[in-house]
Design a protein around this ligand. Structure first.
Ligand code: SDX
Length: 427
């Protein structure tokens, strides 16, 4: 017998089924609410509202748990490759060696971008923010791949998936190379997926490319850690844009735009800018802690706080440890890492942050590794998008295959009630 929730409005009772997930999350299914009571719910920012049932990623904000398809983020970051995690998120299972080899081969077969895309890139000034360039180029892919995905065809869906996994890294590399005034290039299909990405991004036109294992492993781990995060702002954007049956590439472009915001993926760039400002100001973190706590000051401690995690973001723990390892292996001393650790220590002992459960999130330390890898600061969120791509694809695919209805929230109207038109002479 399924449990029910009872709502009483003006003395009348309404009953709604209770839904329980596989991790015992409980929700009230209000699909019949408006039809039965003519009442809606109101929940700005959807802090209490589930948009869907999903089988892709589970996170427990109180316990600091994150799992992709049931596998813990700690194990995946430690034992899997990013390409394996792409397969896992999108198709639901870790691939066999044979499946992984075919997946990579099919992706490599799609890793050429139409030469005319370069003309679109030419139109941007070097000063253009890479996230705006990437969102535009991703949307432009539709022009060169006009047929939208027939989601009822497994083969068509698979082709679209390997196409975007092949072409997106090229767009990421070209976005960076445009900014660095380097010639637009292609990678090398004899390399691994992440090695090839790194080569496309960093190969100097007059030098041979040398693979640095420590760098590739760090990049692979960062991409895994960013690969999905259930119904965050940009993923919800990809799902709602896709729910109107807009194509996959157009939906991804919308997700990139949402991720760009400094409250979301853009925070990784904002964190480094904040840490640099603290360094330039003499390294006194207490001044910035005071600003973050001051309600009259719009300054926020970037990289701190999270809508769901009210405990440590498990990704932040892994990235913080990786930052020490990578900088050590590369022999880099970055004073900004020490400032970040100092800031974390002070904040975690401060009542303001403790009482609001504000801990470092995925963006707090990631920029320190990107910087050590030679990635420009305004490219950090592009790297976040590169990591999040398989998650966005998996979530879009789940939404479309689940035949979900078009997303269309209601509202509570608080504007003028009816009034008659006044002529100009009457106003
Ligand atoms: C990502 O959702 C996801 O899963 C996202 C993500 C993913 O993988 O997709 O995890 C990636 O976006 C991580 C978050 C990156 N953003 C930042 O680091 C920006 C700084 N953090 C915040 O702006 C904020 O914490 C949010 C946006 C992340 C969460 O905001 P909420 O859930 O809307 O919380 P809130 O703004 O209502 O804050 C609650 C209280 C407020 O104080 P009071 O009004 O209760 O007095 O905490 C305060 C806030 O002022 N607060 C902060 C703070 N974050 C929250 N105060 C100072 N510094 C901060 N960073």
């Amino acid at each position: 017998m399924s449990k029910i929730a009872t709502l009483e409005i003006d003395g009348k009772k309404y009953e709604f089924p209770i839904v329980e997930g596989t991790e015992n999350e409980v929700a009230i299914d209000i699909k019949s609410l408006r039809a039965s009571s003519n009442v809606i719910t109101l929940d700005p920012g959807y802090k209490n509202t589930g948009s869907c049932e999903s089988a892709i990623t589970f996170l427990d904000g109180e316990k600091g748990i994150l799992r992709y398809r049931g596998y813990s983020i700690e194990e995946l970051a430690d034992k899997a490759s990013f390409l394996e995690v792409c397969f896992l998120l999108i198709f639901g299972e870790l691939p066999t060696q044979e499946e992984l080899t075919k997946f990579h081969k099919d992706i490599k077969g799609q890793s050429i971008v139409d030469e005319d895309m370069k003309r679109i890139l030419d139109g941007f000034p070097k000063s253009a923010h890479p996230m705006g360039v990437l969102a535009s180029l991703t949307n432009a892919l539709v022009a060169f791949n006009p047929s939208s995905v027939n989601v009822d065809s497994e083969e068509d869906m698979y082709k679209a998936i390997v196409k975007i996994l092949g072409k997106f890294p090229v767009l990421v590399a070209w976005t960076m190379r445009k900014k660095m005034s380097l010639p637009l290039n292609y990678g090398d299909t004899s390399l691994g997926y992440v090695e090839n990405i790194h080569k496309m991004m960093f190969q100097q036109p007059n030098e041979d490319y040398k693979v640095d294992r420590a760098v590739i492993e760090a990049l692979d781990k960062l991409l895994i850690l960013h690969a999905d995060h259930e119904q965050n702002c940009s993923t919800s954007t990809v799902r709602i844009v896709g729910s109107s049956h807009s194509g996959l590439f157009a939906s991804l472009s919308a997700g990139i735009a949402a991720l760009w915001g400094p409250l979301h993926g853009g925070a990784n760039q904002a964190v480094i800018e904040m840490l640099e400002a603290i360094k330039a100001d003499g390294g006194d973190t207490s001044k910035f802690i005071l600003k973050a706590k001051d309600k009259n000051d719009s300054f926020r401690l970037m990289g701190f706080g999270h809508r769901v995690y009210k405990n440590f973001d498990p990704r932040a723990k892994i990235i913080k440890k990786a930052a020490d390892e990578v900088l050590g292996e590369l022999g880099i001393e970055d004073p900004v890492l020490d400032i970040a650790k100092g800031l974390e220590k002070v904040a975690l002992e401060d009542e303001y942050f403790i009482s609001r459960n504000l801990y470092p999130n995925v963006d707090f330390y990631s920029g320190i590794i990107y910087r050590a890898l030679g990635i420009p600061t305004d490219m950090f969120t592009v790297m976040f998008a590169l990591g999040r791509l398989p998650g966005w694809i998996a979530q879009w695919k789940e939404m479309r295959l689940g035949k979900e209805p078009i997303g269309r929230p209601r509202q509570v109207y608080i504007g003028h009630t009816h009034r008659t038109f006044k002529t100009r002479s009457e106003r």
